[in-house]
Design a protein around this ligand. Sequence first.
Ligand code: PLP
Ligand code: COI
Length: 372
Amino acid sequence: MTETTASAPTTNAAAFEVRPNVNALSDDARAAALADLKFGTQFSDHMARAQWRQGEGWSDHRVEAYGPLQLDPAAAVLHYAQEIFEGLKAYRWADGSIQLFRPEANAERFNKSAHRLALPQIPVEDFIGSIEALVAVDRAWVPDVEESSLYLRPFMFASEAFLGVRPAHVIDYLLIASPVGAYFPGGIKPVSIWVAQGYHRAGPGGTGDAKCGGNYAASLLPQQQAYENGCQQVLFLDARESRYLEELGGMNLYVVRSDGTIETPRLTGTILEGITRYSVNQLLDDDGLKVIEKDITLDEVRDGIESGDIAEVFACGTAAVITPVGRLASPTFDVTVGDGEPGEVTMRIRKRLTDIQYGRAEDVHGWMRRIG
Ligand code: PLP
Ligand code: COI
């Protein structure tokens, strides 16, 4: 992953022609929408889009009213799931400015996912330009209460109407925005995790390190089983041996040993290379704490939690930020991490990260990009 975002190029925001939403919410209605923030249920007044055609490239860059899409029932995405997405956030700082966290990294991962799904590359200037153009129009949708942000969801899919199985020749790129509070309702409470039984999210050579909708479709049945077992998230093990920790349905995972050692599953090609994960590793390194990226077995984690050798477990991702894990369960065991309360290392790294994202601490790595 590219290390710093400090010398980011200028973007193509101006290419996105703005067609204002004549039915945009009134100030009062928007204030009401922003008053009780959940995750991903409200959307801003506009969306950005562009289209790619084979032989022609990208065109029709615009910002228009948020609303339903017109899609041919034969659109390839509806049949063969040729689709990718990203997730990043716009933060409102106390000085009123609007800031993104490492958007070039999301652009880079988007294009990596695009390559794996045989989708076209989008210029980084267009990817970040679409965000700048949309946030400029929907600036009032960036909330200002603590722990809130405007979640940005860029995505790209095969819109060509064609039932043959081949990479589509017409592709739509869209960006929507959703004002959000915490991903898990109830504040920073430790979550419970269910170990997926008999199902895997990804296998060698598959699409595990791409951010494509299909990976999430594969995670939904085990996720449902997690809910049925009183857990909020599902943990996937490796597909070869069902022995090693990979990641959660939508987050990367860390364990903190009682001697202070911090470990996270190494990147194997089946795990999403989380931007939060890279950032957490860097911040821990800045603090003189080395993260060991290695194969971690479920057995050692269960035993470590039981014996107290593992003092903390936490998950991380854009949506979830840093979320403490309080419990790990499967049909054969059910263990509570420490005293079930958020751990000290977890909360410290959470503060380190969010202080940078919200402009409360110096951005020594040049991760933030002001867009308004
Ligand atoms: N793993 C999965 C499967 C995810 O969906 C996410 C969320 O984007 C992550 C990890 C964390 O990635 P990031 O930190 O880039 O949001
Ligand atoms: C994110 O953290 O941005 C994600 O994409 C995770 C989840 C909402 C799918």
